[in-house]
Design a protein around this ligand. Structure first.
Ligand SMILES: [Mg+2]
Length: 217
């Protein structure tokens, strides 16, 4: 695997536009754990349902929500996924259970999260060198705030921009521009760090993609 030395890559940049999911922590173990916890509660009322049928219902609801909320932060809303999953099953809105399943999902997800090893040394390095760090992330704000608080990095982050507040998802220039306007800096002062070749990119800002790389600070 290729090794990447972040401090060298960002040397001449004043602003770091940092992705969150699958960049500073690993998403899949948290998501899998959270869905299993949701299933444990969900199956109590439906004795015979298998995990696979539950997953299928979840995936179908997710597809429906994504179709309605294309390119918006709400397209990731677990609350909406569970709402649709239960509506499809009951042919009406199931208020309390929707709220409960969404709460269990995020409480479990956040409990399971751990920060990647390079992140704190990297953020300390940014602070020491007076660089500004803006989290630029798809998804809804409340959840992303909870993740940052749980990961213990809030004191290193200057701003956050979510696709919920920007009204559009990455890689739209709108979301990166909003991040830069909060700092009062131009595109050439910034660099994007993320995990996705299709999301963490902008026509005017250089990107560093960490996927499948060994990160050192
Ligand atoms: Mg990501």
């Amino acid at each position: 695997m290729e090794k990447i030395k972040l401090s060298k890559e960002i040397k001449n940049k004043k602003v770091i536009l940092l992705d969150m999911d699958d960049t500073i922590y690993e998403y899949k173990p948290c998501h899998d754990f959270a869905l299993e916890k949701v299933y444990e509660i969900y199956k109590k009322k439906r004795k015979s349902i298998s995990y696979n049928s539950f997953l299928l219902k979840y995936e179908n609801a997710k597809k429906e929500v994504k179709k309605l909320t294309k390119n918006q932060g709400a397209s990731h809303s677990r609350f909406l996924y569970f709402q649709y999953m239960l509506e499809n099953e009951s042919k009406k809105t199931i208020f309390s259970e929707t709220h409960l399943l969404s709460k269990i999902y995020w409480d479990s997800f956040i409990k399971k999260m751990t920060l990647n090893k390079w992140v704190i040394p990297f953020l300390k390095n940014c602070k020491k060198n007076h660089k500004k760090v803006v989290i630029v992330t798809d998804l809804t704000s409340e959840v992303q705030f909870r993740k940052i608080i749980k990961l213990g990095i809030k004191n290193y982050i200057d701003f956050i921009v979510t696709s919920e507040e920007a009204g559009i998802e990455k890689p739209s220039n709108i979301i990166f521009k909003l991040a830069l306007s909060k700092i009062g800096e131009k595109e050439k002062a910034a660099i994007i760090i993320g995990d996705s070749y299709s999301k963490d990119k902008s026509s005017h800002i250089r990107s560093i993609i960490l996927k499948d790389k060994i990160v050192v600070v």
